[in-house]
Design a protein around this ligand. Structure first.
Ligand code: BDP
Length: 338
């Protein structure tokens, strides 16, 4: 009986083994084929630190590409602006000197006008509204439209909403008057700050902390994860949750690199980018809350905005001036609201 059991066991193991071998050989077949393909080591430039949710999204993307090409395509993620500030990185990506980057839509708007739509204030009701637009036809068309700017958009990542943080407390729109506020480098952001009676100081992200410390600027604006991890909260401690913008992040590849890739590799890269979005969004949601708790625990005074209408009224001239240039995008954003 025991012997029979043993034989049965061995037989089933052999069967399982041959089944695995079956799959395996198929795999090996395609792996061999893939191994014939070109090998690459690419760089991905990221502004945020290594453990920031967005950087972890980049890393997930790199990991999926590596797995799905059986190690043939390696993407090394360089966090903490090691490869430069966003604007300079975008220029390098256009040239193909840096192959991949994850950047904010705001600096991207200076290279591809359509992305300026995300700098327009209060165009999305909430995160769900924004994602409905991003994952729809118009959002994808914008990613593809980057081709004319020598890049190829792969996917969007979450970045929450942006709010002001200042040295002196701001509890209503009028309190921003006369303050020097750092903005991300694009024209719409400059107009946005002017509409609030403040004066806009564009500068790269990496210079904001010292700007706040030395008093070159009186405040800045960002989501809670950036306010926390860039240590801006150590310099200024008043955070008013006006949520004036939702500026999605974009993961992109240089067109120079894209054009060199085989059709199969392009598909793998595009799909891996899309698949990494789930990871980034999950981690983002958690970290956004965690950041807010940490900010409060570190003495940041958080002011909720119960009525956003006076804020929306103040920035309306920005929509009046720039909305004209974004008719198609704004119509799709309106459509996504329904
Ligand atoms: C953060 C974005 C980052 C930008 C930064 C900024 O994630 O890409 O560099 O804002 O304010 O939210 O420049």
């Amino acid at each position: 009986m025991n012997r029979k059991k043993l034989i049965a066991g061995v037989l089933s193991l052999m069967l399982a083994g041959s089944l695995f071998a079956g799959c395996g050989s198929k795999d090996t077949g395609s792996a061999e084929k893939k191994a014939e393909g070109a090998k690459y080591t690419f760089r991905l430039a990221e502004t945020h630190p290594a453990d920031y949710p967005t950087t972890l999204g980049d890393k997930k993307f790199a990991e999926l590409v590596n797995e799905r090409t059986k190690g043939r395509i390696k993407i090394e993620v360089f966090p903490s602006s090691q490869l430069g500030e966003e604007k300079a990185v975008i220029e390098q990506v256009q040239l193909g000197a840096i192959e991949f980057t994850r950047v904010s839509s705001s600096p991207l708007a200076e290279f591809n006008k359509a992305f300026g739509v995300f700098s327009l204030p209060y165009i999305f009701d909430n995160d769900a509204h924004m994602w409905k637009f991003l994952s729809g036809e118009a959002g994808n068309k914008m990613l593809d439209g980057l081709e004319k700017s020598k890049m190829k958009g792969l996917a969007y990542y979450s970045s929450g909403s942006r709010s002001f943080y200042t040295k002196k407390p701001v509890t209503k729109v009028e309190d921003l008057k006369g303050l020097k506020i750092r903005v991300q480098q694009n024209k719409i952001n400059m107009d946005l700050i002017s509409s609030l009676g403040a004066s806009a100081t564009p500068m790269p992200y990496g210079e904001v902390f010292s700007g706040l410390q030395t008093g070159v600027i009186d405040g800045a604006e960002n989501n809670s994860p950036s306010y926390l991890t860039a240590n801006h909260y150590q310099a200024v401690k008043n955070y008013i949750l006006d949520g004036h913008q939702r500026v999605p992040e974009v993961l992109l590849i240089s067109k120079v690199t894209w054009d060199k890739l085989s059709e199969e590799d392009r598909k793998i890269i595009k799909q891996a980018a899309i698949d990494s979005v789930t990871t980034q969004r999950e981690l983002w949601g958690k970290f956004e809350k965690e950041s807010m708790d940490k900010l409060k625990a570190n003495g940041v005074v958080v002011t909720e905005v119960t009525d956003v209408k006076p804020w929306q009224a103040a920035v309306k001239p920005v929509i009046d001036k720039h909305g004209e240039n974004y008719k198609e995008e704004l119509a799709a954003i309106e459509q996504a609201r329904k």
